[in-house]
Design a protein around this ligand. Sequence first.
Ligand code: ZN
Ligand code: ZN
Ligand code: FE
Length: 749
Amino acid sequence: MQGVGFRPTVYLLAQKHALTGWVLNSAHGVEIEVSGSPAACAAFVQDLQLNPPPLAHIDSFEVQPSEPQVYPAFVIRESQDKAGDFLPVSPDLAICPDCRRELFDPADRRYRYPFINCTNCGPRFTIVQSIPYDRPNTSMAGFALCPDCATEYHDPANRRFHAQPISCPVCGPQVWFEAGGQKLSEREEALQTARGWLAEGKILAVKGLGGFHLVCDAANAAVVQTLRERKHRTGKPFALMAFDLATIEKYVTLSPAARRLISAPQSPIILAEMTEAGKKLAQIVAPDQTRLGFMLPYTPLHLLLLEPAPGYPEVLVMTSGNLSEEPIAYDNAEARERLASLADGFLMHDRPIYMRIDDSVVTMLREKPYLVRRARGFAPQQLRLPWEAMPLLATGTELKNSFCLTRERYAFVSHYIGDLENQETLSAFEQAIPHYEHVFRIQPKALACDLHPDYLATRYAQARSQAESLPLIAVQHHHAHIASCIAENGWASHEPVIGLAYDGTGYGTDGTIWGGEILIAGYKGFTRRFHLAPVPLPGGDLAVRKPARMALSYLLAAGIDLEDQTLPPVAYLTPAETQSVRHQAHTGFNAPLTSSVGRLFDAVAALIGLCEEISYEAQAAMMLESATDPQGGGFYEMPLENDVINPLPMIRAIVADLKAGVSAGSIAARFHNSLVRMSVEACRQIRQETELRTVAISGGVWQNMRLMNLILPALEAEGFTPLFHNQLTPNDGCVSLGQAAVALARLQG
Ligand code: ZN
Ligand code: ZN
Ligand code: FE
């Protein structure tokens, strides 16, 4: 068993059944020994199984008889720290209902104290420097407990028994407000200054749990525009926070499961469909989207910042405190420097953050969370592996990096690190790896990385492999995607599955850029049964930023005239740029071949005039998904020719539809339907050849919810069993686990 609040619950149950003995946390979960009459022991076990603590997560529950022992009482033993064992570290937890009530209770001694917490809530991973998770090993070490807090801390019946970050206004961290290098106010007054500045339309940097947020009034178009300019972030949607569910539900529609998840201890940003009021707000904070990302205040400080008042902003933009694509700022001095040009003022506090971590982003799939960014609240929750693993480090990918460490039956997949192409993010990656290794006591005996020789994560693995003489296994990107999906789903055997790996970019074994791969894959290896026909990527990265170029590449491949100015991408590009695309495509100069489905999405979005140029990653694909007519039927032909998926008949049909005046919404719907229809047909063909009927779904393209909601029932109707991610993201955040799984299979047999 693992989880928060286990020991106090066990203590109270032992009291209830008049048992003696002990309870402790160890690497293997919670260990309990109780002594008493057989009937009382049995009643205790039953009670514990029926009423585990609310945040507990029970992997397995074992009961064994032991030699009779005499204990004077029932005690909670200190965390037992056996050399070499690991102790689980909890993710950070959103403020619990009890603490929230006390925060707003004038009679409580922690009334309006921004750092109130208890055993059931508060910071965890972000403040842990070492294990065991005891106060001296956290960033609370510098705050000595006052007598009142000490009494609570040592009382097994108290909700704050052994709550490591426990504090109060007398002994704990405090907030202050500063601007222009001057401290303007402290404590409650600082909160009021911050609220005043936000109401006046200023941008603040607010120190939270895992780092700084940039905060402003979401309904104030002028200040949001200023924030975009300062942050160099033109179109990308901003995350929002509102005081309570009732306020959030004015702007978005939440299913019962979404409502539960947004209020859960993980407290993620949830992407949800907008209401009419939401659409108005979106014009400011999330142009061209059909969904808004909302979260609830997950710390007491956030609650105090969002507390409703007449004339006060109801919704705040809460975006990571960074320049576009850099990692989130987390240290006071660092924030003053890095955020000075972004924020008008700073709401600071003096509880240090050891591990910076972004907010998690989720959407709902079949009433369960489907992750877009796995960070605060989810990491570093370990995943249970279907087999025993040697200590290994997999370094992940270049974009949306996570890394993965394994030991025993567990994989520790890191939180979202970011895009390593940037120096700041690379140092965050280089700092986080030794921290995870230290906290979970993993000394890697082998390494795994991507096949791409120039990825910085690959170079890190190569350098370490040389320095420490460790074996290094390079794993193809889409093989890793599929291995990750099956490992996460507990796939224990070396039997292969059918893998639908649809993605933006991944280095192929032939040196071209893959991303539309239908694999027959197990942990040890794979065959590339079908792939999207490769087309040139004219201008390389430039074609990724300008989907119009990608559309031209497909038009050329389909033999369609590039002089036709009625085609939106032709009209968009200058004649000179069109000429250069034509040249690159014909000569192959600066035009690597790609079979990426992500690029096919780009091309179609540009072809129908939705998006010729992007300002953030996956924008064209998101706009194509958003534009889709929900009622749209029909499909285009995507024939399977030997091992190639031919998209050109579809490109010609889309051009014909466009000329016939068919709406963008209908074309987008047909495009989604076609991909699903082709995928199911490919699976059927593989089943005829191999009798395989399990289909693993992974890759960034599968963040498209329309595609997911179509493919799952379509596969099931044909008798296939689809496997998809639910603990990791389908995007590149999952790849490190897959690299680890493949490397372990090869090394361990
Ligand atoms: Zn609490
Ligand atoms: Zn205190
Ligand atoms: Fe990928």
